[in-house]
Design a protein around this ligand. Structure first.
Ligand code: YNC
Ligand code: MG
Length: 388
């Protein structure tokens, strides 16, 4: 049923429940000299390119490919609209490899028609820290679908990851392939319910009027946690400390250094927002919350072009109740004119979702590891990893 995935070193459906299989790498690394030196073959009309996302021209081409051809919801009403600034951030973490930002062009017209990326990350699985590629932004132009181009894209990124002596990967997808380490659900918290209803993102509940709905989702004008403020560069050591400590409880989670925290969590306008709570007595950083900006294009609405969505990223409490911290995150997201605040049911998120009036989305987000077997499927609350 999965001709390609059945040929890959990933957990297979037939092995699900086989407790005799060991946890860890499925295949041992091969000597680098045995890694294929030439790119995989593409149909002759196409050619591989390495995308320099620093170049404005290249970044615009990638942006346009994704804006027109990337992930849509099941009803094709919305499509992710990652900004150029977001793509630059997502693709340039510490230690990134330019060779892992891969495009496919039509030779004759030079038109960009497919894309896939990897970035390096240290991911801890139980007590093993594994250097992996986080693979994302796999996209094939709508007119070239179902021609088995995706397996070639995946094999090529795998080859280029192997050339850096890295043998594992982590990725998410909306579809089920062999085999998820966990399956999560998105929850949505309306910030601008009127617009969300107008564009068909949400519906007026039974026996609800528009004005009652607006009142239901109303938030305070300002945050309530004492010492709540935007994260700054000087907070990186403290945030790293509390975040590392927090993430240590999950079965699968990133192993963040201060360099990683500076890149992934320091606020960048229109990309990533992070807040800390600083104790007025000790000046310690006691709590931390963050969300990234990922708008969606609204397909076929006359009045509204984009849905401004915030996505919960990493949140840590040592003093403030998580419920209160996340309510403050909702308040700042509302101040910044986001229409909706999204969160997965990972980490401890299920302790605030219902109380803070998030509603469950349709469809799931499945998490996968490449060449690393996990003995049991995880609960979403055992996962400490958010991919973009
Ligand atoms: C997917 N999303 O199952 P089988 S997520 C993985 N992730 O293979 P074709 C996928 N595999 O089942 P199309 C996949 N989608 O026969 C499809 N597949 O074994 C598998 N959509 O290929 C599929 N972006 O070329 C099947 O399909 C085979 O033309 C079929 O292309 C697929 O970024 C796609 O949703 C997704 O642009 C490119 O539909 C296309 O349909 C598209 O005939 C809209 O392919 C955008 C979209 C996916 C977002 C993402 C994560 C990707 C992870 C890829 C796997 C990485 C593995 C690790 C590599 C490094 C290893 C090391 C070390
Ligand atoms: Mg195809």
């Amino acid at each position: 049923r999965h001709k390609f995935w059945e040929s890959q070193p990933v957990g297979q459906f037939k092995d699900l429940g086989d407790t005799s299989l060991p946890e860890g790498p499925i295949e041992a690394p091969t000597p680098l000299s045995e890694v294929k030196q030439e790119p995989y073959n593409l149909p002759t009309m196409y050619e591989w390119i390495t995308c320099d996302i620093d170049s404005d021209e290249m970044c615009t081409e990638v942006y346009n490919l994704l804006a027109n051809n990337y992930v849509e919801d099941d009803e094709n009403m919305f499509r992710f609209n990652y900004s150029k600034e977001f793509l630059r951030w997502a693709l340039h973490p510490p230690g990134y490899f330019k060779s892992w930002h891969i495009g496919v062009r039509v030779k004759s017209s030079k038109k960009l028609v497919a894309f896939i990326t990897g970035v390096p990350a240290r991911i801890r699985v139980r007590d093993e820290i594994v250097t992996m590629a986080e693979v994302n932004f796999l996209c094939v132009h709508k007119k070239l679908r179902s021609k088995r181009l995706a397996p070639v894209m995946i094999k090529e990124v795998t080859r280029r990851v192997h050339l850096e002596n890295i043998w594992q990967a982590a990725y998410t997808a909306g579809i089920i392939i062999p085999t998820p380490i966990t399956s999560c659900q998105y929850w949505h918290r309306s910030l601008n319910p009127k617009k969300l209803i107008e564009v068909g993102f949400s519906r007026l509940g039974p026996r609800m009027t528009m004005s009652r709905t607006i009142k239901l989702y109303k938030l305070p004008e300002s945050t309530v946690t004492p010492g709540f403020r935007k994260m700054g560069l000087h907070d990186v050591p403290a945030v790293t400390r509390i975040l590392r400590n927090y993430l240590s409880q999950f079965v699968v989670a990133p192993d963040f250094s201060e360099h990683d925290v500076k890149h992934w969590l320091l606020p960048t306008e229109g990309v990533i927002d992070s807040y800390v709570a600083e104790s007025s007595e000790t000046h310690e950083i006691t709590d931390f919350c963050s969300f990234y900006t990922l708008p969606s294009s609204i397909l076929g609405n006359k009045n509204h072009l984009t849905l401004k969505a915030a996505y919960s990223y990493y949140n840590v409490c040592t003093k403030t109740p998580l419920l209160q911290l996340m309510n403050d995150a909702l308040i700042v997201a509302k101040q910044k004119e986001f229409d909706v605040f999204n969160a997965l049911d990972v980490m401890h998120n299920d302790t605030f979702l219902k109380e803070l009036k998030f509603g469950p989305g349709d469809g799931s987000l499945h998490y996968y590891l490449y060449n690393y077997r996990i003995r049991h499927t995880l609960k979403p609350s055992e996962l400490g990893l958010v991919l973009l």
